[in-house]
Design a protein around this ligand. Structure first.
Ligand code: SR1
Ligand code: MG
Length: 432
């Protein structure tokens, strides 16, 4: 890990972007024309990085540079630029398995921590589309396919332990971003710390979370699993802002939080952001009668994402070379062994679901009482109304952590959405 910014690095201006691309023959070919004809737009949207779209007479590219600080906080919050190197390594590692589900990377510069990639058009950030009430019917299946492929092919089911160990060793060094996750996701929401952003109407909920030993014990279990379970290579930040979509096409972006961890972490994170979209929807400006249909569609997305992940993960495991060191095929070659292997598969995927439920809850809580809040809720201008929407999501999250046995399958989670809606601002009176 780098603890300082290396010497040749500079934060790019528009001019630097053009000069950098001008030195890359492949990119000159994509953009066409002369440098003077290239138009640069700063489109940074996420919390951490600079992002530019560059258009030339023939085509466009997207340029992402890791800034030496948290973009939304400024220079007072320094952040290791080497995260871009881990993102590049993550993208390369998964490329054979997720073709068409991630943008094509044209070039990575390890001195400027700059990635030049396919400009996705007319894709938009999935979160923005959900807020706008647009439909992306294929996104759940596409992201499920992406996660299933990554979860199988980087696990001990598929690869020799030496290959897995190489991934563990590499991505274990992605320390700066794992520190962000440990602090912002697993720790801050349960203590009083300057980074938390708790609105006044939600103060009682935040205090209740801090005081709930049972809930914090469940969080500790999942925090420890995040730190110790080296199950498969994770995206590490798979929320609706890390997906760009059209109604037909879906791409997963932004793998800078990559690490080898529990598969359910990515699964639960993606589910959490659909769940929060469901709770936020009626409070969005312009919400009208069709809102119930739209929410039903989101509920359907939640179910289809999990069920597709489950089906595809099992299919891939049955169909592809499962000769990793985790389950030697020679031990399961006879009829009894084959039957037992299928039992084992079902248990493995069920364990991913149990993890996903916990991470769904933890990711929900961090987006509501922690630092990095999400536009789904922030676009609800009135704090009282926003808190009403958030309280439903918090009540569900609390139940998922404290009564996981009440949620045996994804249908139980979908059913529970409406049950916890209207939980209200007093956590003591909210359904448990
Ligand atoms: C300092 S803000 C960090 C958050 O932004 C990213 O999107 C991740 O969710 C991270 O937790
Ligand atoms: Mg991101």
């Amino acid at each position: 890990m780098l603890d300082r910014t290396p010497a040749p690095y500079r934060v790019f201006t528009d001019r630097d972007v053009v000069d950098h691309l001008g030195d890359l023959p492949r990119i000159r070919g994509i953009l066409g024309g002369a440098k003077g004809e290239w138009r640069v737009r700063d489109v940074a949207d996420g919390n951490l990085n600079a992002v530019f779209l560059v258009d030339g007479p023939q085509g466009g590219v997207c340029v992402k540079q890791a800034l030496p600080y948290v973009r939304v906080a400024g220079e007072s919050w320094p952040l290791d630029v080497n995260r871009a190197t881990y993102e590049a390594a993550y993208t390369r590692r998964l490329a054979p398995y997720v073709k068409g589900l991630a943008p094509e990377v044209h070039h990575y510069d390890p001195e400027q921590f700059v990635t030049v990639m396919e400009k996705l058009e007319p894709h938009i950030i999935l979160r923005r589309g959900l807020i706008a009430g647009e439909r992306f019917p294929k996104a759940p299946e596409h992201v499920a396919e992406y996660v299933a492929q990554a979860a199988f092919h980087t696990s001990d089911l598929a690869v020799p332990f030496e290959r897995k160990a190489a991934d563990v060793a590499l991505f274990a060094q992605n320390l700066a971003l794992q520190r962000i996750t440990v602090d912002l996701v697993f720790t801050d929401p349960y203590v009083e710390v300057w980074r938390n952003k708790v609105t006044a109407p939600l103060a009682a909920w935040a205090a209740a979370l801090r005081a709930d030993v049972g809930l914090k014990s469940a969080v500790a279990h999942f925090r420890l699993r995040y730190l110790t379970s080296a199950q498969s290579l994770l995206h590490g930040d798979l929320h609706s802002g890390s997906v760009m979509a059209t109604p037909d096409d879906t791409r997963v972006i932004d793998g800078e939080f990559a690490l080898v961890g529990p598969t359910g972490f990515d699964v639960g994170n993606f589910l959490a952001h659909y769940v929060m979209a469901w709770y936020a929807k009626p409070f969005h400006a312009g919400a009208h009668g069709a809102i119930a249909d739209y929410r039903d569609a989101i509920a359907d997305d939640i179910a289809r994402f999990w069920l597709t992940f489950r089906r595809r993960f099992l299919e891939i495991w049955r169909d592809e070379d499962a000769s990793g060191d985790g389950l030697p095929p020679s031990h399961f070659a006879d009829p009894a062994g084959r039957a037992r292997l299928e039992t084992f598969r079902q248990a493995y995927v069920e364990a991913i679901f149990r993890d996903a439920i916990g991470y769904l809850a933890i990711k929900t809580i961090r987006r509501i009482v922690g630092y990095a809040q999400i536009a789904d809720f922030l676009t609800i201008g009135d704090e009282e109304r926003r808190a009403e929407a958030q309280a439903g999501a918090l009540a569900l999250a609390r139940a998922l952590l404290k009564r996981p046995e009440n949620f045996p399958d994804i249908a139980a989670i979908v059913d529970a959405l409406a049950y916890f809606e209207g939980a209200g601002l007093d956590p003591k009176r909210a359904p448990a």
